[in-house]
Ligand binder design. Structure first.
Ligand code: GLV
Length: 326
């Protein structure tokens, strides 16, 4: 059957699709596929393997035509896909939430927490630019992580894996806010469920792990920053619009928080929504920016490619997807 892949991904999944006898076309350029090309390329497809940078909505479904039965998103998140429109057309949507991928995101989350606490990017810049003239007791002093409180907003799979590192590896205390209680976290890591306001007031390291929904857009904004401790650090490896970047900028300027690390941005693929803010956010030495790479390990990307392929193979055979987006 006919499958379109919107950008080059790890070849293992592509090979699986071809081995299963499907005709696979991969967009040949290493760029986000332009909309007009995407609309043309999906025509007559049975399956699309999309990326989080592709807006998959009814326009795409209509352009693909009636054969389309699955869109396999190469991502854990699927806020780029209109699930309602897919449901109306009976199109299955899948994502790639494997333990391997989630662990990779959790590792990056933790790397950002460590980098903030121990001022790694500042120190690297300092050492590389000839500023080190000898040891000093006050040079680049950071913050301990052990015995500090990690606050998870969203205690799902990725958040829990990041928390495991904090509690087991760094002896941190753990609090979380979520709609549902996570009894495993409570039992295994001694986590305490608290209100979001309470978490914001108490946590030393606040890590965001919620999907992007209308209800989580700007979940962290002016009033939330006001609740945070001036010593608190914020880490976002979820989705950019969960944080109101203008409010973040103000909070940093007013020293309402100690620093922030963002792997995702409100106006992706741009790093900032407007040029003025962009330049300002970059000026803060206590801000770390990484370009949406939390799952960017060889292992995770291979796994993502294979899960997407397995979902497509299963559904095209008339079976159930492994990891339906829900
Ligand atoms: C990356 O952000 C993903 O959702 O996999």
């Amino acid at each position: 059957m006919k499958i379109f892949v919107t950008r080059k991904i790890h070849e293992s999944g592509i090979n699986m699709l071809r081995k299963a006898g499907h005709k696979v076309t991969v967009y040949p350029k290493d760029e986000i596929i332009p909309r007009t090309k995407l609309l043309k390329a999906v025509k007559g497809c049975d399956a699309i393997l999309s990326l989080l940078t592709d807006k998959i909505n009814d326009e795409i479904f209509a352009a693909a035509g009636p054969k389309l039965i699955i869109v396999a998103n190469f991502a854990v998140g699927f806020d780029n896909i209109d699930l309602e429109a897919a449901k109306k057309r009976n199109i299955t949507i899948t994502n790639t939430p494997s333990d391997k991928v989630n662990e990779s995101v959790a590792e990056h989350t933790f790397a950002l927490m460590l980098a903030l606490a121990r001022r790694i990017t500042e120190a690297d810049d300092f050492a590389k630019h000839g500023k080190y003239t000898g040891w000093s007791p006050t040079l680049l002093t950071g913050t301990d992580m052990h015995n500090k409180t990690m606050g998870l907003i969203g205690a799902g799979r990725i958040g829990s894996m990041a928390a495991f590192r904090g509690v087991k590896g760094f002896n941190m205390k753990l609090i979380y806010s979520d709609l549902k209680a996570n009894k495993t976290l409570e039992k295994e890591l001694g986590a305490k469920k608290v209100s979001q306001a309470n978490l914001l007031k108490t946590a030393d390291f606040i890590s965001l792990h919620v999907p992007l929904f209308p209800s989580t857009r700007h979940l962290i904004s002016t009033s939330e920053f006001k609740l945070m401790k001036p010593t608190a650090f914020l880490v976002n490896t979820s989705r950019g619009p969960v944080v109101d970047e203008k409010a973040l900028l103000k909070a940093l300027k007013n020293k309402q928080i100690a620093g922030a690390a963002l792997d995702v941005f409100e106006c992706e693929p741009a790093i900032d929504c407007d040029l003025r803010d962009n330049l300002e956010l970059k000026k803060f030495s206590n801000v770390i920016l990484t370009p949406h790479i939390a799952s960017a390990t060889q292992e995770a990307r291979r796994d993502m490619s294979e899960i997407a392929a397995k979902n497509i193979i299963a559904v095209l055979k008339g079976g159930k997807p492994l990891t339906a987006a829900k």
